[in-house]
Design a protein around this ligand. Structure first.
Ligand code: LRH
Ligand code: MN
Ligand code: MN
Length: 388
């Protein structure tokens, strides 16, 4: 059995990045619900990320979305983050909210629109230079609603050309993470719909291009852990956008819909050495808390990732290998299921105490009075971006 203190040692080093947009008001296309105490600008979103880190100890960075988090001075934003105890993580360019992008961004048939989109990506790399961010997170809303609307292959060619310009601008230590999503907002064809398309573009671009797996971006029934294992083997798993889905891209709290799936994904990460801080696998959340309070929801999400990781670390790999080699299907499966069934909450409580934290981060947050404080201080919080 894996050693308890070794498991805690690994869990201490796993960092889970929060998304700035999860702290703003959000909703569906039917309604954006306004909550009290919502950040009014990027600085206050960073403060909220720092609060999540203060109670969990393992969320030391926050991803930004540009222009949702646009500020006049990014050095000041980075300094603000540092003072609050966190850093700015991935920079997410937004090429889906302008009217110009009706027919796409990097794949748009109009070269002027493609130039504008590429320009925005380059501007985001300038921001990364200032904030010290490693990852440019690329997600494109590009696609087609109707067969015949545009040439599928011409769009791939435009995509390849545009991504090349962006890739060539990356610094030595910077990476491009190419995220895929099988549908929405385009319904007939999406230009980067799956891991295979993303992987093909990454291979073409070079080693600094890596695939980003958003757990909500797959068709029902997709075996996500298979994708994870394959990309990890090929050295092209750049990281995750964690969230849960029941139907489509629901962006609910990670581990809420299917904790067993999250455990299976984390098990492949453990088997593939993806928890080594040098592996380059970024563990990021990409969620929206439409009806629940946001800071505790993010604390819970961080804890859910930790729980799945702890269970994956508890898999008895020797016993698993023995059963696998003996062709003992039931025993092999039982080894995995046993680890999943382990209650790791006492171990995580102990880890938090070791780290000088409260063993129950949610209760500690509620006791802290922080929610009442921000409710009183912040009036007229901003929407995260959608429906703003
Ligand atoms: C697209 C997506 C992508 C965006 C984020 C707001 O559905 O997952 O990562 O940047 O949502
Ligand atoms: Mn995402
Ligand atoms: Mn998404």
């Amino acid at each position: 059995m894996p050693d308890r203190s070794a498991v805690k040692g690994v869990l201490r080093t796993q960092h889970i990045e929060t998304p700035s947009w999860a702290f703003g008001n959000s909703g569906t296309r039917f309604k954006v619900f306004a909550q009290e105490g919502i950040p009014r600008d990027a600085f206050e979103k960073i403060d909220d990320a720092a609060t999540v880190h203060r109670f969990t100890g393992v969320a030391p960075s926050v991803a930004v979305h540009i222009p949702w988090d646009a500020v006049s001075d990014y050095a000041e934003l980075a300094q603000h983050a540092k003072n609050a105890g966190v850093t700015i993580g991935a920079v997410n360019p937004n090429v889906f909210q302008d009217d110009d992008y009706r027919l796409g961004s990097l794949c748009n048939p109009d070269p002027a629109v493609r130039r504008k989109a590429v320009g925005h990506f380059l501007e985001c790399i300038d921001i990364m230079d200032v904030t010290g961010s490693r990852d440019l997170s690329v997600w494109l809303a590009d696609g087609l609603n109707y067969p015949g609307q545009d040439s599928i292959s011409a769009r791939q060619e435009r995509l390849e050309e545009s991504l090349r310009v962006v890739y060539d601008r990356l610094g030595e230590q910077q990476r491009m993470l190419l995220e895929y999503k099988f549908f929405e907002p385009a319904f007939y064809a999406t230009d980067v719909p799956d891991w295979g398309t993303s992987y093909a573009h990454c291979l073409e671009l070079g080693p600094k291009a890596q695939v980003l797996v958003d757990t909500g971006h797959h068709a029902p029934g997709t075996n996500i852990e298979f994708i994870v294992a394959l990309l990890r083997r090929k050295g092209r798993l750049g990281g995750f956008h964690f969230n849960s889905r029941f139907y489509a891209d629901d962006d609910l709290m990670v581990g809420a819909a299917d904790p067993y799936q999250l455990f299976r994904i984390m098990s492949e990460i453990v088997f593939g050495g993806g928890l080594d801080p040098n592996s380059g696998v970024a563990f990021m959340l990409d969620q929206c808390h439409n009806i629940e309070p946001k800071i505790p929801a993010l604390i819970r999400s961080v804890m859910n990732v930790q729980e799945a990781t702890a269970k994956a670390l508890l898999v008895d790999t020797d016993a698993l290998r023995t059963a696998q080699q003996a062709g003992d299907v039931l025993d092999a499966n039982a080894v995995l299921v046993d680890a999943f069934a382990t209650d790791v909450r006492p171990l995580l409580a102990e880890l938090r105490e070791d780290m000088g934290l409260d063993p129950d981060p949610i209760a500690a947050y509620h006791r802290s009075g922080h929610a009442a404080k921000i409710r009183a201080e912040r009036v007229g919080g901003a929407a995260a971006g959608w429906g703003a």
